[in-house]
Design a protein around this ligand. Structure first.
Ligand code: CP
Length: 333
């Protein structure tokens, strides 16, 4: 006889998850608790089919390893089906509107998840337009503004390391050099807007050209003030890393140059010394952890010694993408 599953609260049923800012601290706490419960069940091999016979559409305008696979595996584990759609193989490539897409996919299933992250000014707007017409939850698998599944997994990982009360701990969110491509701004923006709400002091570091969006900087400042935490911006990695409990160095692109990749890459070469190495890790607290959403440009953003070393938590962090996306699916769908 299958054992009865503990009932999940209904307060998030039907709700979109586009930015962490759209959810209250209480709602995010529920998502974190549910993720921890689902993780336990997964580890114990206990079935947890909270979404039998449901379908989620995964609409990708960009590549993915973690997000696609955590959603697909997670949906299966919840008893649902995740339907992958590459945007360029759909009629969206011929200009079909987000309104029509939202209405039609809503009539076929129970949630629409979208990744649209590469062009500043586009992805978030697109998802909000889909959400306006969809009558199922719209979930943001990364846009130009936020990556709310990543930062939820990051917060879960930080709490697993340091406990629930994070007050007084310092996270350094730093730009780092990467030659592979202009990475979206959504992860650092998601971190600086979420972490001050959960007690962390945030120091943001970047070269002058790599300023984040004004709206996100303003929100981060306001969130820090309202929550009695600190938000500071510095122009070098070393100052950010000094006495940090958590470091999160990663690359991102220049808001005005996403359309000009060659120009952006040429400019970024000035900052090759923005690499997370053991020398910089020595500036951090002894117990500090190194985080990265991945994929990381090894040898550029970070040395192998650091990413494979004792401070690194990148694999538990990536694993928590599974538990957090299952939590949000189970609570909203
Ligand atoms: N961190 C993250 O979102 O990874 P993917 O781009 O592989 O999904």
């Amino acid at each position: 006889m299958p054992t009865k599953l503990p009932k999940l609260p209904n307060i998030l049923r039907g709700k979109d998850y586009i930015e962490t800012k759209d959810w209250t601290v209480k709602e995010i706490e529920l998502a974190l608790k549910t993720a921890a419960d689902l993780k336990k069940m997964f580890k114990q091999g206990k079935p947890h089919r909270y979404l039998p016979d449901k379908t989620i559409f995964l609409f990708f305008f960009d590549k993915s390893t973690r997000t696609r696979n955590s959603f697909e595996a997670g949906a299966t584990q919840l008893g649902a089906h995740a339907h992958f759609i590459a945007a360029e193989t759909s009629q969206v490539a011929h200009g079909e509107s987000p309104k029509d897409m939202g209405i039609i996919l809503s009539s076929y299933g129970h949630a629409i998840a979208i990744r649209h992250d590469l062009v500043p000014g586009e992805g978030n707007k697109y998802m909000r337009e889909v959400a306006k017409w969809a009558n199922v939850p719209v979930l943001n698998m990364q846009c130009d503004v936020d990556h709310p599944f990543q930062t939820l997994a990051d917060l879960m990982t930080i709490r697993e390391e340091f406990g629930k009360n994070l007050r007084g701990l310092k996270i350094a969110v730093s730009w780092a050099y990467a030659p592979s491509y202009a990475k979206p701004m959504s992860v650092p923006q998601g971190l600086i807007t979420l972490m001050p709400r959960f007690g962390l002091d945030v120091v943001l570091a970047h070269p002058p050209e790599y300023k984040l969006m004004d709206s996100e900087l303003e929100y981060a400042k306001r969130a820090a003030k309202e929550n009695g935490t600190k938000f500071e911006i510095v122009d070098n990695m070393e100052d950010a890393f000094k006495d940090a409990d958590i470091v999160y160095p990663k690359s991102w692109g220049i808001e005005s140059l996403f359309h000009k990749p060659e120009e952006a890459l040429k400019l970024s070469k000035k900052y090759k010394h923005w690499i997370c190495d053991e020398k910089k890790m020595k500036l951090t607290k002894k117990h500090s952890i190194y985080m990265h959403c991945l994929p990381a440009d090894r040898g550029y953003e970070v040395t192998d010694e650091v990413i494979d070393g004792p401070h690194s938590r990148v694999f538990p962090e990536a694993e928590n993408r599974l538990h957090t996306c299952k939590s949000v699916m189970a609570l909203t769908m």
